[in-house]
Design a protein around this ligand. Structure first.
Ligand code: SNW
Length: 291
């Protein structure tokens, strides 16, 4: 009895010493050791100290690659900031097709999916999400002379959607007289609009605005998607990672970082109140939408 408890105490002490040593070895700079173990890899990352992110190269201004091939955009900068707050500066973004993105996170090829991914019950069967960080519209974008001005004018038209998006699901359900044409990514769909092989493309509001400016297209129909905010997708059941991301995300909202990034990447767009510092939130929710 007493021998056993002594042994247990000894084992605990040894574990505590080992933990203290490994903590000391890690701090303050984090070090470069990748020996694994829970202490050094509390979030269960594929490679300790690094976050691998599945993203998109052509969803400007959310996530895209610049001329130098570097990932940037609102979601990219916000996630990079959040990662820094949980002590990780090694963040590696990789472009994927949207349709494969959540599966790639679920099966452990990536630690996180970051791509304006709306949080839905359907997707929650595959992955867990952080809290929401973005809410806006789904937009049908067309050439100015397309004659598309509302949902009914889409009848008989050919409409592009990216596979696996909310836009695809919405169109299947609501645009029943429209010919849907599925694409792997936005760039392919926009080329088809520009060549005239489809009449319009259905994508996220800010991405549409970006292409509109570039190619002289217009945002023909905006459909509110505020009830489906975007979140960071992670593997199911990784509560430590989820909690840490959420705390860091809310800190980024509270100190104005979210607002600064929003104004940088979405200038002129109405700001969802709930992500602003609490001191700047209006008492009455949803005053007058300015769109
Ligand atoms: O539901 C919206 C959300 O309100 C915000 O506007 C950001 O985009 C959304 O999350 C929808 N995004 C699409 C989706 O989740 C397409 C994502 C993409 O093309 N990267 O399917």
């Amino acid at each position: 009895m007493s021998i056993r408890s002594t042994l247990r105490r000894t084992a605990l002490t040894a574990a505590a010493v080992a933990a203290a040593i490994s903590l000391a070895a890690c701090s303050p700079s984090g070090g470069s050791g990748a020996s694994g173990g829970e202490t050094e890899n509390p979030y269960g990352l594929i490679t300790p100290g690094e976050i691998r992110v599945a993203s998109l190269g052509d969803a400007k201004p959310y996530t895209f690659t610049d001329e130098a091939g570097q990932f940037t955009g609102f979601d990219v900068e916000l996630f990079t900031d959040v990662a820094h707050r949980i002590g990780i500066d090694e963040v590696v973004f990789t472009g994927q097709d949207f349709s494969g993105l959540l599966a790639a996170v679920a099966n452990g090829q990536f630690d996180v999916g970051v791509a304006a991914i709306g949080i839905t019950d359907e997707r929650k069967k595959t992955v867990d999400f952080s809290d929401g960080y973005l809410a806006g519209y789904l937009t049908v974008m067309a050439s100015p002379d397309s004659g598309i001005t509302d949902e009914s004018s889409l009848a008989g038209k050919r409409l592009g959607v990216v596979q696996g998006t909310l836009q695809e699901a919405y169109a299947v359900k609501n645009f029943t007289d429209t010919d849907l044409v599925r694409f792997p990514d936005n760039n392919a769909a926009i080329s088809a609009v520009n060549s005239g092989s489809i009449n319009a493309h259905f994508l996220d509001y800010e991405a549409a605005k970006e292409y509109a400016t570039q190619y002289g297209l217009v945002n023909a129909i905006d459909i509110p998607s505020f009830d489906v905010p975007a979140g960071f997708a992670i593997a199911k059941g990784n509560t430590a990672f989820q909690t840490a991301l959420n705390e860091a995300l809310h800190a980024a909202m509270e100190d104005g970082t979210w607002k600064t990034l929003y104004q940088k990447w979405f200038p002129g767009s109405p700001m969802p109140d709930q992500y602003l510092p609490s001191s700047e939130q209006t008492a009455t929710p949803s005053a007058t939408p300015t769109n």
